[in-house]
Unconditional design. Structure first.
Lengths: 201, 171
């Protein structure tokens, strides 16, 4: 009987260009992405107009959190293993190869050397729960100085970067800077966020 | 629906030709696309584009005992004292200074630096950070040095005299 059939366009459409684009973007992001290493504290960096980029390798980072806790980090797996050996020898704490292996994979840490062996024995999940007290940087017990000195003997091309929180008090930063100067590190970097400079007339 | 199309296809049988049944060349791409977009979203959200900037500073070596300390004309010295609550106190000269306060905005310390620099040839800026100041203040003031293109500046320890001055000024 006289039924009028409405001609319908096919509901399936050609998705090929979209898929091409999607995969292009996936490939791009997969290749450009670099996973940020996990940090024990979130640091909100101050901003500056400086446009010097931080180099990717040979970096020693000293992180200072809001409450003035000092963390240490260095890149280079084998350098780190060597560094732990040297530090252990100075403080009379023997670290075996297993400790060194674990240490080489550690993110930033703020643990006095005396507690390091115990800290390394933990699983990564347990380490997150540890309340890190920071690396002592006082004039009486300046372990930070030893870390810096031994790190520089291990890797002479090391650049030192200070990553301080905006709200951390200046005296603690001053203490870190003085520690560096005392060990003849006079050139170092302050890690900052980018800020737009005023328009130059 | 499918029956209709089969019937239509069956019409060919009348010719007596045997047609090999071809499977469709189109495959359902939906799951693949789902996965592709899932990955795309994941990488887009986890990626961080801005590499951190750094500010390079070079501090002087510790003075050796036999080093001759260079003498400077005190009229050329501008002292900035970083205080609490993002305040910066400044004064010109050393003896009997007149202390004033400014903030970190473009109309604050930047203006002071530019006007003072225009008035004084070879001005030397001393930056002194008090205990209550924040790291941010120090980075900001170093940044101002770059912005205003100061040639000579130094980070110095704050003295008791400066603390007194700031306290007396009540600014």
């Amino acid at each position: 009987m006289g039924k009028v059939k409405v001609h319908r366009a096919s509901p399936s459409l050609d998705m090929t260009p979209m898929v091409d684009l999607a995969f292009l973007l996936v490939t791009f992001f997969m290749l450009t992405t670099k996973f940020a290493p996990e940090e024990p504290v979130a640091v909100d960096m101050p901003s500056s107009i400086s446009e010097i980029k931080l180099p990717e390798v040979n970096i020693l980072t000293i992180t200072i959190s809001t409450d003035g806790i000092v963390f240490f980090n260095m890149d280079g797996k084998y350098n780190r293993q060597e560094l732990l050996g040297k530090i252990g020898a100075k403080y009379g704490i023997p670290f075996d190869d297993q400790d060194k292996e674990k240490f080489s994979l550690l993110p930033s840490f703020g643990i006095p050397i005396q507690g390091m062996k115990q800290f390394l024995a933990m699983s990564p999940e347990e380490r997150k729960l540890v309340n890190q007290t920071g690396i002592p940087a006082d004039s009486l017990n300046n372990q930070l100085a030893d870390w810096v000195v031994f790190a520089r003997t291990t890797n002479p091309g090391l650049r030192i970067a200070i990553k301080g929180d905006r709200e951390s008090n200046y005296p603690i930063v001053e203490k870190v800077i003085n520690t560096l100067i005392d060990n003849r590190v006079t050139r170092f970097n302050l890690i900052t966020n980018m800020e737009k400079g005023p328009i130059q007339l | 629906m499918s029956e209709v199309s089969q019937q239509g296809g069956g019409g060919g049988k009348k010719d007596g030709k045997v047609r090999s049944k071809k499977s469709s060349t189109k495959i359902d791409m939906t799951p693949m696309v789902d996965l592709a977009f899932l990955l795309l979203t994941f990488f887009m959200l986890t990626t961080t584009f801005n590499k951190p900037q750094t500010m390079e500073i070079t501090m002087p070596d510790k003075p050796k005992p036999d080093d001759v300390v260079p003498e400077v004309n005190e009229k050329k010295v501008l002292t900035l004292v970083l205080g609490e609550n993002d305040k910066v106190y400044w004064y010109k000269g050393i003896t009997d200074p007149k202390i004033e306060v400014a903030n970190f905005s473009a109309d604050g310390i930047r203006k002071v630096l530019l006007t003072q620099n225009a008035q004084t040839k070879d001005m030397i800026v001393l930056i002194k950070a008090m205990e209550k100041s924040k790291y941010k203040n120090m980075v900001d003031i170093l940044d101002e040095m770059n912005i205003t293109d100061m040639k000579r500046y130094a980070i110095v320890k704050v003295t008791d005299v400066d603390k007194e001055l700031v306290k007396e000024s009540n600014l």
